[in-house]
Ligand binder design. Structure first.
Ligand code: GLC
Length: 786
């Protein structure tokens, strides 16, 4: 309906276009309106439109000024300009924008009637060609591919959301198009308002995006590969930094572990039942009357001591610190008193404090758009951060109870004083979607200030584009059902494509309570997702791995252990992610483009890094065999190490999750440890799966510090007529690792194998050849001769 009204309000009807040279791009004028296109790099264009000729202030919560000010060299053309990678055409009659590659293939093109205005609201209309598929947009529900659907960006506390609920917690107005003529591209609308993306839902063949107000300011990011687009999107909005290594371990949570004794019991049971464990989470009941930055002294008489005792067994605590500060004047509650004195809380339009109910009852809300308020908030972690290893920023959409909108009124006043924004007041309508991210930023920066050399660990529920710089995330209050297990896979994949490389879903489901079978299946898959945390609602069943039968415990343990054995691989992937911006968990087509149109159902398939492919059953409940189709011939079964057929069938057995290794992988693993803090006993393992482009990477450091010594090493392998050559590159960095020896296992090996001066062992049925080397810090070639 709104679109129809908008039709009548076309603005761009005046004739005449003038192109003025602008540094790094061009400006195109039509009547009062100005279209400004700036090439930040040869592949990244920023498009801004000023319908009345006046551009709003150039400031952004997502993209730092230093990035926005980059300029690529451009060459003017009669109808636009070109960069080293792109040709930009602007149709003089309509101002329609078409971006092609240098060979003339269309990457992204405006639809007819590219801009519609209605008051402050705008709609941008682009072509949605057949064959293009759309991804990203954060953790939105629905199918993996966004094509054919419509989404709203409005951070919402969506307790018990369903498979089609929209919006939910995050607003990441970034879409990734894959499969188009000119290759993959990204579209990032840097507008914090309640924006929307419509992928041909309302109008066939039209990709429409819009917002009710705010800047018309978007980025077109060319590939041509999806990986190049995601890396460039994270060049703009930031890379997810390397987390502390313990964050890669198994994490046990519940709403809530109610006492010191219960937490110790959980830690003890994990050890007794042989479950490796790195983190126990403290949910709101560890606090006094749900007041952030307090402790319930009766239940947790000595939190520091608890943290220290657990730490000595390799387990860390992460604690919740929600942003709603109890409105508790004159009660000696320091966060309220100091926040009030510093003028850090949000106000109503009349200047009075905004007070609304959340977990602590009446609460007040910090204005995270102020650098000074963020600094004050960060300071609240003093003391707490001494023992607690990481923090959980929940409810930061922000969630408000007892109101239909579930959040604060849109006219609540923020007083922006941050970054390159002009100090000014702003309505909550403008700030809502960045509020949670700035909360996480305040926590992150505060922890960094308190412990300048420690990697902060923060988990946030709400996010805007760029939140990956400050926090990891999870998909909020999902449910215990096979549908939600399936949904979580697409959510985590789309989060990764949206820059948020570190994400998890509540394993087992938050609402409802998992059956033993569902929990076991979810643990198996969760073990291969970036953040691996079991969490469940209050009054839900026990969901610790040992809660059900010994049979279930054994299967869960097997998958948790698998995760710990893979730590050297996972950590190398994590480090690469921090540099490149690639997701940790990826759609199969991310690295294997042919799999955009797979030969079988890959809805529950994904890769972890490039080299491991998980092919979970699309519908385990049916109990029926399903097809697995791998990207090429020659892949190996991860569990047996044996080569497998490119296409084959699997049964949805409870104790087997099909995982495969790319031919050409050198996979580092380690002996089993009970936490990431435990030094593995024995050699580092290198599993070699011969194939094309054979390589692997080692990355190690102390696991916690930001500026400490590191170790990096590349290893390659080549199949030769005589056998196989393994090349260790020279190790970079001064970090001295825990391993003294390297145990090499070559898979798919038949016949004898000799290595000069080293004893080798053959296993005929496993088709392996194994031998142990001294650690190889220098460049070294090992020849394996058949
Ligand atoms: C919210 C969170 C959930 C948490 C609960 C209590 O519902 O999403 O994870 O357990 O609040 O803090």
């Amino acid at each position: 309906m709104r679109m129809l009204v908008a039709l009548c309000l076309l603005l761009w009807t005046l004739p005449a276009v003038a192109q003025t040279p602008a540094s790094g791009g061009g400006e195109f004028v039509r009547g009062a309106a100005v279209l400004r296109i700036t090439a930040l790099t040869p592949e990244i264009l920023r498009v801004q439109i000023a319908p009345q000729g006046r551009f709003p202030e150039d400031a952004s919560w997502a993209i730092p000024a230093s990035v926005r000010s980059r300029r690529a060299t451009v060459t003017p053309r009669t109808d636009g300009f070109e960069t080293a990678a792109l040709v930009v055409h602007v149709d003089p009659a309509t101002l329609r924008l078409t971006v092609t590659d240098r060979a003339g293939k269309t990457i992204a093109a405006d639809a007819a009637d590219p801009l519609r205005l209605e008051g402050d609201a705008f709609t941008l209309r682009k072509a949605l060609p057949l064959g293009e598929h759309y991804f990203a947009l954060g953790d939105k529900t629905g199918p993996f591919d966004r094509r054919g659907a419509s989404y709203v960006n409005w951070n919402t506390d969506a307790f018990g959301y369903e498979g089609t609920t929209d919006p939910i917690y995050k607003s990441i107005p970034f879409a990734l198009s894959v499969g188009g003529a000119g290759g993959a591209y990204g579209l990032f609308l840097d507008n914090t308002r309640r924006s929307w993306f419509d992928f041909g839902h309302r109008e066939e063949g039209v990709l429409a995006i819009g917002a009710p107000a705010g800047p018309i300011d978007y980025y077109l990011i060319a590939g041509p590969t999806p990986a190049e687009v995601v890396r460039r999107y994270t060049d703009l909005t930031g890379k997810a930094p390397l987390p502390p290594r313990w964050a890669l371990g198994y994490q046990q949570s519940r709403y809530s572990y109610m006492s010191d004794a219960e937490v110790r019991d959980i830690a003890g049971k994990a050890r007794e039942s042989g479950i490796p464990l790195d983190v126990i989470w403290l949910d709101i009941d560890f606090q006094d009357r749900n007041r952030p930055f307090t402790t319930n002294a009766a239940a947790y008489p000595d939190l520091k001591r608890l943290a220290a005792d657990l730490r000595s067994t390799g387990i860390r605590l992460v604690a919740i610190t929600d942003l709603h500060i109890a409105a508790a004047p004159d009660q000696g509650y320091a966060p309220y008193d100091s926040g009030k004195a510093g003028g850090h809380f949000l106000t109503n339009p009349d200047g009075s404090l905004y007070v609304a109910p959340v977990w602590p009852g009446p609460a007040v809300f910090p204005d995270f758009t102020r650098a000074a308020t963020r600094a004050w908030w960060g300071g609240l972690y003093k003391g707490l951060a001494d023992g607690i290893a990481g923090f959980w920023n929940d409810m930061n959409e922000p969630a408000i109870f007892e109101t239909p909108s579930k959040t604060m009124p849109l006219d609540i006043v923020h007083r922006i004083d941050s970054d390159d924004f002009a100090p000014r007041s702003a309505s909550h309508a403008e700030i809502h979607n960045v509020y949670g991210m700035e909360n996480a930023r305040a926590t992150h920066d505060g922890l960094l200030k308190l412990q300048p050399d420690a990697r902060p660990f923060v988990m946030t529920r709400a996010a805007y584009a760029g939140a990956q710089r400050y926090a990891v995330t999870w998909t909020g209050d999902n449910s215990s059902s096979p549908e939600h297990l399936r949904l979580s896979v697409q959510q985590l994949l789309n989060l990764g494509l949206s820059g948020m490389a570190w994400s998890g879903a509540d394993v087992g489901g938050f609402v409802g309570g998992a059956s033993p079978e569902l929990l076991t299946r979810w643990v198996a898959i969760g073990a291969f997702t970036p953040i691996f945390r079991v969490h469940v609602t209050k009054d839900g069943p026990r969901t610790e791995p040992w809660a059900d039968s010994p049979e279930h415990l054994a299967i869960r343990r097997k998958f948790i252990e698998a995760r710990y054995r893979l730590l050297p691989y996972l950590y190398a992937v994590a480090e690469e992610t921090a540099r490149a911006g690639d997701p940790v968990m990826r759609p199969v087509w991310y690295d294997y483009p042919s799999q955009l149109a797979p030969a079988c159902d890959q809805s529950m398939s994904f890769t972890l890094g490039r080299d491991l492919l998980v092919a979970a059953p699309p519908r385990y409940e049916t109990g029926r065999a399903y097809d697995v189709c791998l990207p090429s011939a020659g892949w190996y079964d991860y569990w047996s190490g044996l080569p497998v057929a490119e296409k084959h069938k699997e049964m949805p057995a409870l104790d087997r999750l099909p995982v495969y290794v790319r031919p050409g992988t050198i996979l580092p693993r380690q002996p089993l440890a009970r936490s990431t803090a435990e030094v593995p006993q024995g050699p580092l393992e290198l599993h070699v799966y011969p194939g094309p482009d054979c390589h692997g990477a080692l990355y190690w450091d102390d696991g916690a510090s930001l500026h400490g010594a590191t170790l990096r090493q590349e290893i390659t392998c080549t199949v030769t007529p005589q056998g196989l050559t393994l090349d260790f590159g020279k190790r970079a960095g001064a970090y001295r690792p825990w391993w003294k020896e390297i145990a090499v296992t070559i898979h798919g090996w038949d016949g004898d194998g000799r290595v000069k001066g080293i004893r080798t062992t053959r296993d005929v049925s496993a088709r392996t050849l194994s031998f142990t080397l001294k650690d190889q810090p220098g460049a070294k070639r090992i020849e394996i001769v058949r």
